[in-house]
Design a protein around this ligand. Sequence first.
Ligand code: ADP
Ligand code: MG
Length: 318
Amino acid sequence: MGEFDLIRRYFTRPTPRAVLGVGDDCALLQSAPGMQMAISTDMLVSGRHFFPDVDPQTLGHKALAVNLSDLAACGARPLAFTLALALPAADEAWLESFSRGLLALADTHGCELIGGDTTRGPLNICITVFGEMPAGQALLRSGARPGDDIYVSGTLGDARLALDALTGQLALEPAALQRARARLELPSPRIALGQALRGIASAAADISDGLLGDLGHILEQSGVGATLQASATVSCLACTQPGLPEAVRMRSVLSGGDDYELVFCAAPTQRAAVLAASASSHTPVTRIGQIDAAAGLRVLDDDGHPLDSAYASFDHFA
Ligand code: ADP
Ligand code: MG
């Protein structure tokens, strides 16, 4: 199978919303009046971002999901994406499965594959997504203000637990591992919540590198600090396997990574609006702390004492 057969067979689909999709030198997108485009790129490298033998269907899903998560963080509606793919070989079973996972998620979010590049090489997947929102309404990292509440969507930490279990660093019961592994391999980008938070959230980011790290980006770019309630964050861990050490739970939630949830801020006057956005997007959110004028990130226990532990003093936040 040649390069163009491969593109035609696995990556060429009708693109009713794009003016022109796969096949010419460029794809063409028409932006609507009064709208702004949101653009983001993420690359997944074999052996670094995924196990080389991972199920190709889940890999296709995840490659697009991590990109859609960036659109969610900005409150954008997905429009289209491009796919740059380096493949060691034109393995038809692999391509069939990869494209099925990729395009199923694309269809779920109405995001059209409009172009890309295909080359032989070590397995590498680079996707660029294009989304849109009304001009000036993007959720940015720079908008958090002292007094704002801090929220996270969904649950945190399970992807990290799965990774630790799969690399033999942690024992998880089979049912817990299955749930955690689904979070690692099949993340759900919070597209509906991101759009529902436009005009409500003051700042947002998606959690790819861990809650503390990604919240740290908001704090830095907004020129503020924050205090988190440890017990509120730890309740965000879905995995409830008894006997899981508290330190493992805390580390997974606070600095686990690969969650693809949203961390966002909103003024206390917006609490009802945040709950309404959560309900309308069918996405649970938890309030975990507040923004401070004083720089730095503090994690407090229920008695108000700073948590004296490795994860609280994780480098990014010092
Ligand atoms: P060019 O040589 O002009 O860069 P290519 O020969 O690389 O074009 O690609 C031909 C067409 O196929 C282009 O429209 C390109 O966007 C599309 N394409 C190439 N690879 C992919 C892919 N993996 N997924 C989707 N479209 C692709
Ligand atoms: Mg090319």
